[in-house]
Design a protein around this ligand. Sequence first.
Ligand code: DQA
Length: 140
Amino acid sequence: MKIQIINGPNLNLLGVREPGIYGSESFEVFLPKLQERYPDIEIDYYQSNVEGELINKMQEVGFTCDGIVLNAGAYTHTSIALHDCIRSLRCPVIEVHISNVHQREEFRHKSMISAACKGVICGFGLDSYRLAIEALSPLS
Ligand code: DQA
């Protein structure tokens, strides 16, 4: 099984960026732990701050991998292009957020991509990514 994690804008700054909200662990430290936890799943990682590059990556992997775990960052709240892209793919996409966006500013309550995704996981810190992997790898 092959799962692609895709992180959008400013998520390269995890560990440094607003640690009170996003925690103090970088994704580079977190990812190997996640990969170790699921040795039978190939977990690939991509991050970009650029909307079009996220779309290019989704199109590249979205017809061959078994699922995408997408934290689109602030593009979640604005991007019809990401919505359209998710709808175009063959594999399921799980929308993930580290923070509980519904407890935060009003502008984070609306997601442009949720309706195109298989499901949404938010508010569990970096564990949101693990829960999304669980969601993509059912027992049977
Ligand atoms: C985020 C929530 C978004 O509102 C924000 O713009 C982010 C991170 C999260 O993981 O909690 O960049 O997607």
